[in-house]
Design a protein around this ligand. Structure first.
Ligand code: ADP
Ligand code: MG
Length: 476
């Protein structure tokens, strides 16, 4: 509460506010909370501070602990889904007919299945996002927004934000609050899982390949992970899809090579959107999926992270199938689910359409896309559904209950953005890391958490498109 009162005072004293904002930005540079700029994404000569909130945001302790406690079960669930061809086929049957991107991924999946998978090491690095849904009794309920199984970001340079927040709180005299901002070691824990998979692969000279984009605005965050790996004497290389297409190959045992180097692990930091692929780079994805390299994620785990799978998991009886003798686990997972509804063809999907058209403000319409900025709200839902409601195209979407998260006040600091008090809401992210070798889970843990905050002016959110900023929970 003290920060809210303080913010009101601060906003009425612009000189003091500007000084504090300058100080916060300088601390960001000092601690390495930096990123490349949109104008020069491939140069490290010009950087800016990563976007962040001036103060940490309030989060309920119960919600945060609940999200951390359920994470290992979600890791297990994602892993089980990835090993269940019948489930994936049935869940995605309508979606692959309606959505080209999911269909392409599914084609690769089928091809790998038919050939027979030979790599028994599985590495999962995911992030599950939640919002706090306020209840009438003043408490809040934790609701899952989505499961990210490919290129989950938000760790790396942002690990330095707690230091900045503690300093700012101390410098304005909020000592108690400053003590409650905790450091996070999510980057080292996520990297440790990468290291474990490399170690199990068992070839000292083999490398971890970071599959990266042309537009490398997040390179410094990648460097944080790479540094952890090099510290363990694990060689890391960075390559694009095009490099793999033109210079990657498999030997007779399907070991993957590029530029004379054997690849132990492919870590996708790219490849989660249709625009990331061309005809040729789809071939590169297939080559990597067919290879002996450990993929993070492999194609089946990528599919397990689709919005459609998330919706199917919320159907009665589905979680029970994955955890037949563990009703408490089922309960713990299900407690985080918001309402999720199918838009597949058939009477159930028809009911979803009618429900959404009757009260669109209660819902979010989601296509099978990642990275922010893809969802529809309010009147846009009506427009889209009116167009697709009578044919298969509607099956490319799912409908989700709209969460109205708890709001607060904060100042969002982003290069070029005017300094002003904003009404904001936050999303809690919990990182999950697991490594399975054949039938044995070698590592399965919650690898820390993150908070990302946006102005409530925006419905959807993404980090690169400039809506969301890094934050820390101030636990109450
Ligand atoms: P993406 O994979 O593109 O990140 P998300 O499902 O995470 O898709 O949605 C993007 C953003 O849209 C979220 O970060 C959140 O701000 C908003 N959002 C998504 N689902 C809901 C929901 N059910 N209620 C309210 N806001 C939502
Ligand atoms: Mg998201």
């Amino acid at each position: 509460m003290a920060t809210a009162v303080f913010l009101q005072q601060l906003i009425s004293d612009p000189d003091r506010l500007n000084c504090l904002v300058e100080e916060a930005k300088e601390l960001a540079f000092l601690h390495g909370l930096v990123m490349r700029t949109l104008e020069t994404p491939n140069s490290s000569e010009v950087v800016t501070h990563a976007p962040f909130t001036l103060f940490p945001s309030l989060v309920s302790k119960a919600a945060l602990l609940q999200a951390l406690a359920v994470q290992t079960h979600f890791n297990t669930l994602v892993d089980k889904i990835s090993q269940d061809p019948d489930f994936l086929e049935e869940a995605l049957a309508g979606t692959v007919q309606a959505d080209d991107f999911t269909a392409k991924l599914f084609d690769i999946y089928k091809q790998v299945q038919q050939e027979g998978r030979t790599q028994s090491i599985v590495l999962g690095l995911n992030r599950i996002d939640y919002m706090e849904d306020p209840m009438e009794d003043g408490t809040s309920s934790l609701k899952q927004i989505e499961i990210n199984t490919i290129a989950a970001g938000g760790f790396g340079v942002s690990d330095r934000l707690p230091e900045v927040h503690r300093h700012i709180l101390r410098s304005v005299g909020l000592l108690e609050e400053s003590k409650s901002v905790q450091d996070t070691n999510r980057t080292s824990r996520m990297s440790a899982a990468l290291a474990k998979a490399w170690e199990l692969y068992g070839q000292q000279e083999a490398v971890i390949l970071f599959l990266v984009e042309e537009f490398q605005i997040s390179k410094l965050t990648h460097r944080c992970i790479e540094k952890e790996l090099w510290n363990r004497n694990i060689p890391v290389i960075r390559r694009k899809f095009e490099d793999v297409y033109s210079r990657g190959s498999l030997d007779g045992d399907k070991k993957m090579f590029i530029d004379g180097l054997e690849v132990a692990v492919v870590y996708y930091r790219y490849g989660y959107m249709p625009g990331h692929y061309t005809e040729e780079t789809w071939d590169a994805r297939l080559l990597m999926e067919r290879s002996q390299a450990v993929k993070c994620p492999d194609i089946s785990t990528h599919l397990a992270g689709t919005k459609k799978v998330q919706q199917v998991l919320a159907r009665p009886g589905v979680l029970e199938k994955f955890f037949p003798d563990q009703p408490q686990v089922v309960e713990q997972i299900r407690a985080t689910f918001a309402g999720l509804y199918t838009l597949d063809m058939g009477p159930e999907g028809d009911r979803t359409v009618a429900m959404a058209l009757a009260d669109p403000d209660q819902f979010v319409l989601k296509p099978q896309r990642e990275g922010g900025g893809n969802n529809s709200f309010g009147e846009d839902i009506v427009r889209i559904l009116q167009e697709v409601k009578n044919d298969q195209r509607r099956a490319s979407y799912i409908l989700m209950e709209r969460i109205r998260p708890r709001t607060g006040q904060n100042i969002l600091l982003r290069r070029g953005l005017p300094v002003k008090l904003s009404s904001v809401c936050s999303e809690i992210g919990v990182y999950g890391a697991y490594v399975r070798h054949g039938g044995e889970m070698i590592l399965n843990e919650a690898a820390g958490h993150a908070l990302r905050t946006k102005s409530i002016e925006h419905n959807d959110a993404g980090m690169i498109d400039g809506v969301t900023v890094f934050d820390n929970p101030l636990v109450i």
